[in-house]
Design a protein around this ligand. Structure first.
Ligand code: IMP
Ligand code: MG
Length: 175
């Protein structure tokens, strides 16, 4: 077994995560508290590194979604499989994603969380596959824009494999 080819090194990732943390800490400096909602499973490592670098009061929540599949084709429909523990009403919320591909997941999450009347809601993703966009969404904080390749590591998987690789690697799902 050879390791996936490196797309983004561990050093590059952590450098960018520090920049995002500085930017987010600045943007929320006058707010009482920020609620970070990590989308499982993919965001768990990114969220851990990002949250520890923030200099503002923050709370951590998680939720999990799954995409409906018809065979190997994703329909774009999204289902909530685990919800946050505490009410977000009146709270400043930041959704933390590993990757935005078509945009369906994030579109669903924003719509669903908005109905709960947070004080504000913004989005942060480590990776954005800009060329795959099917639903336009405003992403407030983006780590890296990448192409259409399938990436693994730093939380991201292929069939549950390579999630704990320390860097972002590229694989060929058909190869
Ligand atoms: P979207 O709804 O199409 O934006 O898909 C988002 C979800 O698909 C992500 O949260 C990931 O779980 C998964 N995904 C999309 N592209 C990749 C990839 O290259 N590697 C690992 N997971 C991916
Ligand atoms: Mg995900």
């Amino acid at each position: 077994m050879t390791n996936p080819e490196t797309l983004i090194s561990e050093e590059e990732i952590l450098g960018r995560v520090s920049e995002l943390a500085r930017q987010i800490s600045g943007d929320y400096a006058d707010k009482e508290e920020l609620v970070l909602i990590g989308i499982l499973k993919g965001s768990f490592i990114f969220l851990a590194d990002l949250a520890r670098r923030l200099t503002i009061p923050r709370r951590i929540e998680f939720l999990a979604v799954s995409s409906y599949e018809h065979g190997s084709v994703r329909s774009g429909a999204v289902r909530l499989v685990m919800d946050v523990r505490h009410s977000i009403e009146g709270k400043h919320v930041l959704i933390v994603e590993d990757i935005v591909d078509t945009g369906h997941t994030l579109h669903y999450l924003i719509g669903m969380l908005k109905t709960r009347k947070p004080a504000s809601i913004r989005t942060c993703t480590l990776l954005h596959k800009e060329l795959s966009t099917e639903v336009e969404i405003d992403i407030d904080y983006v780590g890296f824009t990448i192409g259409n390749e399938w990436v693994v590591g730093y939380g991201l998987d292929y069939d549950e494999k390579d999630r704990t690789l320390p860097y972002i690697g590229v694989i060929d799902p058909n190869g």
